[in-house]
Design a protein around this ligand. Structure first.
Ligand code: SAH
Ligand code: SF4
Length: 362
């Protein structure tokens, strides 16, 4: 069983190669993808347009194994959070957020996260490993299954955001294949703009993403000066703000100036002054961008608190007056710890850092 290849690890191109290398036609890949992503098939018996001998070969050498949902929580506001088993010791969380005109699935890309942003529960938890393509696309497959998509053929998940656990651009190759499957007509067929990769700013991979895909980009900026960003988003010490903003500019230029999203978590007395708002306007002067202000979501052990509503509104007004489209993100699912930055799953951390950060915060 374990030496079988999992077909959920293949996007169209790599699956076509798989079939041609075994002496069959690349067209088989298209048939199999449709079975998996349109019909929700997990066994080869049902793939009636494949010959019996081919089905037997696939059965012997391959499998279609999505990760398993081990528990589900439902919020009063309709948000659903699934705990997804990854391997013996690890699990990740995936969140479905229904809204009037869309359904957004927030997916994880790593078990934990190595980047240690100070205000993020996942980052405080440590890091185990990257998720495979099958574990990433498998979250979408499993959520669609749980929502009845394969039976009813009615699209409930319309948008995907890589805003769950982990830094997607530190797991570039697997995330890219998952993106290909999300946007491929033979996969989940989502419009490219409805897939958003959120990153804390891994500059070389932002440039690669620009070349390799057409998906939307969100940047976790969270500070309007380099010094503060060095402190709260430590990856900034390797990829400083000025260079990050230049990468954002390159990205938007390559997309006909379509705006990117800037995420900015509102931390009381840390990054929420009017001066910070004016500095943010300056940072974004040359970059087509809309801003999402994210009220800080608390978690055990943090020393941060969320800015007051009136502070968030005053901050927003400064941006809006400078013609920057700004929305304050509604907190969803916080009664089940499903809001931004609250996802933890179960991470067998290889690098334990919880204590260290506690000391730094105190
Ligand atoms: N690693 C990626 C994507 C996952 S985090 C990134 O950092 O962009 C998704 C979003 O939630 C990011 O903007 C992140 O900064 C934000 N976030 C993290 N912790 C948060 C918290 N406690 N409250 C509110 N937003 C948080
Ligand atoms: Fe990682 Fe994103 Fe959390 Fe930072 S905010 S620790 S990059 S998941």
């Amino acid at each position: 069983m374990t030496d079988k290849v999992n077909l959920l690890d293949y996007d169209r191109k790599s699956l076509e190669l798989y079939f041609t290398e075994m002496g069959d036609k690349s067209f088989r890949a298209q048939q199999v993808l449709k079975w998996i992503y349109h019909q929700g098939a997990v066994d080869f018996e049902s793939m009636t347009n494949l010959s019996k001998p081919l089905r037997a070969i696939l059965e012997q050498n391959t499998c279609i194994t999505p990760p398993e949902i081990i528990s589900e929580q439902k919020s009063e506001d309709g948000t659903r959070k699934w705990l997804i088993q990854i391997d013996g010791g690890n699990s990740v969380e995936t969140v479905f957020i229904p809204e009037n005109d869309r359904g957004t699935l927030c997916i994880s890309s790593q078990v934990g996260c190595p980047l240690e942003c100070k205000f993020c529960s996942t980052g405080q938890q440590g890091f185990n490993r990257n998720l495979s393509t099958s574990e990433i696309i498998g979250q979408v497959w499993a959520a669609n299954k749980a929502l009845g998509y394969f039976e009813n053929d009615k699209r409930i998940i319309t948008n995907i955001v890589f805003m769950g656990m982990g830094e997607p651009l530190l797991n570039y190759d697997n995330v890219l294949k998952a993106i290909n499957l999300l946007t491929d007509d033979l996969g989940f067929g989502l419009a490219r703009r409805r897939v958003t990769v959120s990153t804390s700013g891994i500059i070389p991979e932002i440039d690669r993403l620009k070349e390799d895909t057409n998906v939307s980009l969100a940047i976790s900026l969270h500070a309007s000066n380099n010094e503060l960003r060095n402190d709260i988003v430590p990856i900034n010490r390797s990829y400083p703000m000025r260079d990050l903003l230049a990468a954002c500019k390159r990205f938007t230029e390559a997309r006909d100036n379509e705006p990117i999203t800037i995420e900015y978590v509102m931390l009381k007395n840390v990054n929420d002054s009017l001066q910070d708002a004016h500095d943010l306007v300056d940072c974004l002067r040359d970059i087509p961008a809309k801003v999402n202000l994210i009220p800080f979501n608390t978690f055990p052990g943090t020393n941060y608190t969320c800015s007051e509503i009136k502070t968030i509104n005053a901050f927003r007004d400064v941006l809006v007056k400078s013609n920057i489209i700004t929305i304050t993100r509604k907190t969803r699912g916080d009664d089940i710890d499903a809001a931004c930055g609250q996802l933890v799953g179960k991470v067998m951390a290889k690098a334990e850092r919880h204590q260290k950060n506690r000391v730094e915060l105190n």
